[in-house]
Design a protein around this ligand. Structure first.
Ligand code: WTA
Length: 636
């Protein structure tokens, strides 16, 4: 894989990549193993919208992530797995072992009726078998849909049904710090609502008691016992779907982003190598969960496509103590550490004496992803973890973009705290004003858009191409619209300023406001609600709910608790509002739309910028809400 080694080389490469994108990506794609070469590099028409990369080409991503490394790296660890319980043994799985397990499990899938194109839902803890299950699907062309194992049964059922998954892979339970989570029970509950699932494969993990449904349920270890470790990779068309991954939208239903085989592989591999400047022998640790895109692209596919050693951690940063991350870096001699600002902000609140006992001298590169990293967190990370010796890559991207879009290249291009900095080769960002005019001056602030295709962009929303068009391609003609605000400095460095739609990022989790409001509204005493984000020291953003109730004499403490329970049940505990203000009415437009913009200003105490409220249906309500907000904050 080509690696950019200097700033001037970056500039030259970037220039080439936008002057002749097809020649640029053609050359990079040649580094991979193809069953059949592509006929054309790129065909696209964003008025449809349709984008095809490497059309006519055939390949299997697992052959690129595993088989082709066997000649030289069969005994090198592909995955180092660190358990939740620090006294349990870590696992090192070599490329040969990974190959054998993936082939075995691919044969298990086949034996149980899974064929190319079938959707398989994976709801598992962060154990090695999760990666094996993902790759086994890819091996036979089944489309994996990983659902984060912190989601509730309702959220799981919605995702299984949306893609009509034929199989669910789960475990009896999962460990998360000192807790165990009954994944099989949650799955059983979800499956009461799902007709498409024929089999459930259950990994024995926590050994807790579970219900068993004979005929439907199968034990992972029993199925694997006699499975052969030979399974030829199924040749896939470049544009065949590789996986579906759900992300929150601004309307209720989550969006099943569909990624395709070839473009995703080429782009995640290229960006992994270049952004992180990974070299053979390095140990790469991304702390994300595989339930999110960061885990897909930079725990599994990007690293493995490069023959890297990737670390998977089952637990959480606070267990058994807030030194756990540093302990793991020391123990496994981690060279690359990639985490989220919310984790940094949490760890920063603890004394540095928790870091000092550990040897972090192997660290070469630090990374940040998922939300804007504030200056304080950036400097703490740089000083206390990187010891001012490690470049920090602040990587901006999305579930929809598949791979990193804007970031410095570690130690190669300049970094600037709180800036994602420059676009990667092949990426053409622009800044628009609210009317969609491009702001051409270097220094500018506005709405981020991307004006040219890149290989790993999501191709559609599963089952709803119209929504894909509406959400990403209709705001501004001819551009992909990520939904983020942005500013740019005189040197062309980009700084992401946050979401401009109704998605709030809480502790690195993208939460759509709509499903949470739906959950709140389900409470029998609630009329309606509006949810907005407000800045929070540790979580980045916290959730503020404005709620109207039928009951004029509400017992606020009781209702607060009941609403939180309802949200935890329908969406997950992460989505519980931090503040709930009971109000007499919500500000609405004349067409009946709740004006969240005004509520956001109240929640963030930005009262001067509330703007004109005279066009509202009910302008009086705004004063009442402001008064109630002051009362609530002074009494809490
Ligand atoms: C935000 C995560 C600022 C952004 C890979 C984006 C960021 C959303 C950064 C996507 C960053 C991600 N700086 N903001 N470095 N990285 N974001 O789909 O708002 O979970 O649109 O993908 O996170 O979140 P998602």
């Amino acid at each position: 894989m080509k690696t950019i080694g200097s700033f001037s080389e970056y500039q030259e490469t970037y220039q080439r990549s936008i002057e002749d994108p097809e020649a640029f990506w053609n050359e990079i794609a040649e580094d991979f193993l193809w069953k059949k070469k592509w006929d054309s590099v790129l065909e696209y028409d964003w008025s449809v919208p349709e984008t095809k990369w490497f059309s006519g080409g055939m390949l299997n991503i697992t052959e690129n992530c595993i088989d082709r490394h066997l000649e030289t790296k069969a005994d090198q660890p592909a995955i180092i797995w660190e358990p939740n319980d620090p006294s349990a043994s870590a696992i090192s799985m070599t490329y040969q072992e990974l190959h054998d397990s993936v082939c075995q499990f691919a044969n298990v899938l086949k034996k149980n009726g899974i064929k190319k194109g079938d959707r398989v839902c994976i709801y598992m803890p962060m154990v090695v078998e999760l990666t094996v299950a993902v790759l086994a699907c890819a091996r036979i062309g089944a489309v994996h849909s990983v659902v984060f194992a912190g989601f509730s049964s309702t959220a799981l059922a919605a995702r299984i049904n949306d893609a009509s998954c034929k199989m669910l892979i789960t475990s009896d339970g999962s460990y998360r710090g000192s807790k165990t989570i009954p994944l099989k029970d949650i799955s059983d509950k979800a499956l009461k609502e799902c007709e498409s699932v024929e089999h459930v494969i259950v990994l024995k993990n926590t050994e807790q008691d579970i219900q068993w449904y004979p005929g439907r349920d199968l034990w992972w270890h029993l199925e694997m016992r006699d499975a052969s470790a030979v399974c030829e990779p199924t040749p896939m068309q470049a544009e065949d779907p590789l996986f579906i991954l759900y992300t929150s939208g601004s309307t209720g239903k989550p969006k099943g982003m569909v990624h395709s085989c070839a473009g995703y592989m080429v782009y995640t591999a290229y960006t992994f190598k270049n952004v992180f400047q990974y070299e053979d022998g390095d140990i790469f640790w991304c702390t994300a969960d595989i339930g999110w895109i960061t885990g897909h692209s930079y725990i599994i596919y990007g690293p493995l496509a490069n023959g890297a050693t990737t670390v998977m951690f089952e637990g959480i940063p606070s267990y058994p103590n807030y030194d756990r991350f540093w302990k793991i870096c020391d123990k496994h001699k981690v060279t690359h550490f990639y985490t989220a600002p919310t984790a940094i902000r949490t760890l920063e609140k603890h004394p540095t004496s928790l870091i000092e006992p550990y040897d972090l001298s192997n660290l070469k590169v630090l990374g940040s992803v998922g939300e804007p990293i504030n200056a304080e967190a950036w400097h703490w990370y740089d000083t206390h973890i990187g010891k001012q010796q490690c470049p920090i890559v602040d990587t901006w991207w999305q579930t929809e973009t598949g791979g990193i879009m804007i970031s410095s290249l570690a130690g190669v291009t300049p970094q600037k705290p709180t800036y994602a900095t420059l676009p990667l080769p092949g990426i053409q960002p622009i800044i628009l004003d609210a009317e969609g005019h491009e702001l051409s001056a270097n220094e500018a602030e506005g709405i981020l858009a991307i004006k040219y295709p890149w290989p790993s962009m999501a191709r559609t929303i599963y089952g709803d191409h119209e929504r894909y068009k509406q959400v990403y391609f209709s705001a501004f003609e001819g551009c992909y619209f990520p939904g983020d605000g942005v500013s740019r400095d005189a040197h062309g460095n980009y700084r992401i300023t946050g979401r401009i739609d109704d998605v709030v990022i809480v502790s690195g989790h993208n939460l759509g406001t709509a499903p949470i409001e739906d959950a709140i509204n389900e409470h029998p005493e609630v009329i309606e609600s509006a949810l907005v984000g407000y800045p929070h020291d540790i979580k980045g953003n916290a959730l503020y709910a404005f709620v109207t109730s039928f009951n004029t004499e509400v017992d606020e403490a009781r209702l607060y608790k009941e609403i939180c329970d309802q949200v935890a049940k329908s969406v997950g505990p992460i989505a519980k509002p931090d503040r709930i203000q009971f109000v007499t009415g919500l500000p609405k437009t004349r067409s009946g739309k709740i004006m969240r913009r005004i509520l956001r200003k109240i929640a963030t105490n930005d009262l001067e910028r509330i703007g004109d409220t005279s066009t509202l249906l009910n302008p009086d309500v705004v004063e009442d809400i402001i008064a109630g907000n002051e009362e609530m904050l002074t009494s809490s």
